[in-house]
Design a protein around this ligand. Structure first.
Ligand code: GLN
Length: 543
């Protein structure tokens, strides 16, 4: 397809963010913060995440091993970093913004089968690297971007990321020096009580990057306290990067303060000078006060997250952020306790009593039988004890099961996901899912329009009769039970697909009992908490 003509401010500039030393340094936050600064300076900017694993997307990966699957409006099952980008630059990403080795190879092999490379031996260079470059340029052109910040997952030296880094290296050549820039994120650890920041890991990591032909322009050095002048000098000398381009990424009170940490060191000028862009006029707008709201807090709201994947909080990272957005907006810190729902099972129901110590109980998404009875019991405990409850997707479905069993008189009610032979499948397979056999990308995914019924709690908190929210599920409320359960007091206050799917449940005369089939967490932004989270946290704060 022919790309559209290009934009206002000349050709798109590409900023590549690579990682060194070890994973988990916050490359995603550096990427998002850099993009935020450029956006505040008036540029049309977006981010792309490259994941060098062979999976086509994150959809089939275990959240406990890889973190949350973030869902985009267009139904992409993406790496959780895409969520960071959206929270920082508040622009919806598409699935195109998450590129994996699997996706690139799939494209190349498909093209080979179609005869697009007829007569040629298809190789990593140039065919795979060409496919990577083409994908990046297409996003830049289609979206008319001034600047694209491309983050490469993993750590320099990983075999998997080599084709991507090679493509970046070539892009410097193709696009021209003033249209590409490399940021390398490293670590300056402190080992002893003397507190000396060690620079050797950064030196080695830069050497590794140079070995594959990339000389970084900026070094973003993670450290606990601001980088010392001495460490900065050494890193500059050995890394061949000007001192002003060695950036201290020390701990900040919240991730949303990182753009200010970067800007205080002149990052924006360094980038724009290097890319030959006009001198920026940075307009912070309300960003700084939003960022401050995450540290200027008094008082605590204690939330229990009762779920299946609690050993790795990253598996619910957007839920965590959505809660923190809601907390910050009312000046309260959210204290989360991650509770494994299996701990309430096998005769350990007395453990449910600990839930009384919390201001609110949240049951997030999940799949499969393990731990589900514990969530059902927690959902019932919240209802009976008038504790604010927010259920999301699985947490919505299991709240229905809990209500059907304990208030609806259907003691054997279940979701057919958990018991395929249940006599009372109050939650059941969506009909269109019955003939689906492939596991990747086949759930009901992405944004769908939802109609909210007037006069309900949902209508009040959303202040609208239609909303759009993102989904990721195969099961749904079984409307054969609608009459029975609504007679018993359950209010089903929103639906989608012309009434075929129920999207929200609520229980009146309860402090706050609200559950949603969609993933409300993906729509929350700093300064703009998603309404269900907002109302839940406010109700919890009042308890
Ligand atoms: N397992 C449930 C379903 O597939 C819920 C999914 C989820 O929580 N994302 O419908």
């Amino acid at each position: 397809m022919q790309s559209k003509a290009r934009p206002r401010n000349g050709p798109c500039k590409f900023i590549f963010v690579t990682g060194g030393v070890m994973s988990g340094l916050g490359k995603g936050v550096t990427t998002s913060s850099t993009a935020k600064l450029l956006q505040l300076a008036g540029y049309k900017v977006s981010c792309v995440k490259i994941d060098p694993y062979v999976n086509y997307d994150a959809g089939t990966m275990n959240p406990v091993a890889h973190g949350e699957v973030f869902v985009t409006d267009d139904g992409g099952e993406c790496d959780m970093d895409i969520g960071n980008y959206e929270r920082f630059i508040d622009m919806p990403m598409t699935k195109e913004h998450n590129i994996t080795t699997g996706r690139v190879y799939m494209d190349v092999i498909k093209a080979e089968r179609e005869g697009k490379y007829l007569g040629q031996c298809v190789q990593i260079i140039p065919h795979v690297t060409d496919a990577i470059k083409k994908t990046l340029r297409k996003i830049a052109d289609d979206e008319g971007l001034d600047i694209m910040v491309v983050e490469c997952g993993g750590t320099v030296g990983d075999i998997e990321s080599l084709p991507f880094l090679e493509a970046f290296r070539q892009m410097e050549l193709d696009q021209g020096l003033s249209n590409t820039l490399f940021i390398h994120v490293t670590l300056a650890p402190v080992l002893d009580v003397v507190g000396e920041q060690k620079t050797k890991p950064t030196q080695h990591s830069v050497q590794e990057l140079r070995r594959i032909g990339i000389q970084p322009d900026l070094l973003a050095v993670r450290c606990k306290t601001p980088l010392s002048a001495d460490a900065r000098r050494k890193i500059s000398l050995f890394g061949s990067v000007e001192e002003k381009c060695v950036i201290s990424c020390h701990d900040a009170p919240s991730i949303y303060k990182v753009p200010e940490v970067l800007e205080a060191q002149g990052v924006l000028s360094a980038i724009t000078e290097r890319l030959g862009l006009r001198k920026p006029a940075l307009r912070w707008g309300n960003w700084q006060s939003i960022a401050d709201s995450f540290s200027n807090q008094s008082g605590m709201v204690k939330i229990a997250i009762v779920g299946k994947y609690v050993t790795l909080p990253d598996s619910y990272v957007s839920v965590y952020h959505a809660l923190s957005h809601a907390g910050a907006s009312i000046g309260k810190k959210i204290e989360i306790q991650w509770i494994d729902s299996e701990g309430f099972e096998n005769g350990a129901a007395e453990n449910l009593a600990q839930l009384k110590n919390f201001d609110g109980i949240l049951a997030p998404g999940g799949f499969g039988k393990r731990g589900s009875e514990g969530i059902i019991d927690a959902a019932n405990f919240a209802r009976v004890n008038d504790i604010p409850y927010l259920g999301i997707c699985f947490g919505f479905q299991l709240a229905i099961v809990a209500f059907a069993r304990h208030a609806g008189g259907l003691t054997d009610a279940n979701s057919s996901e958990l018991d395929p032979h249940t006599k009372n499948p109050v939650v059941d397979f969506m009909p269109e899912q019955r003939n689906v056999h492939d596991m990747g990308g086949t759930m009901r995914l992405g944004s769908h329009k939802i109609s909210v019924a007037a006069g309900t709690k949902a209508a009040k908190l959303y202040a609208s009769n239609t909303i759009e929210r993102r989904h990721r599920h195969r099961y749904e409320f079984n409307q054969r039970y609608l009459d029975l359960l609504t007679k018993k007091g359950l209010v089903l206050s929103a639906s989608s697909d012309s009434g075929r799917r129920i999207e929200i449940l609520e229980i009146p005369n309860h402090r706050f009992y609200f559950a949603v089939q969609y993933h409300a967490e993906f729509s929350s932004r700093p300064g703009k908490p998603e309404q269900a989270f907002d109302a839940f946290v406010k109700a919890a704060a009042r308890r």
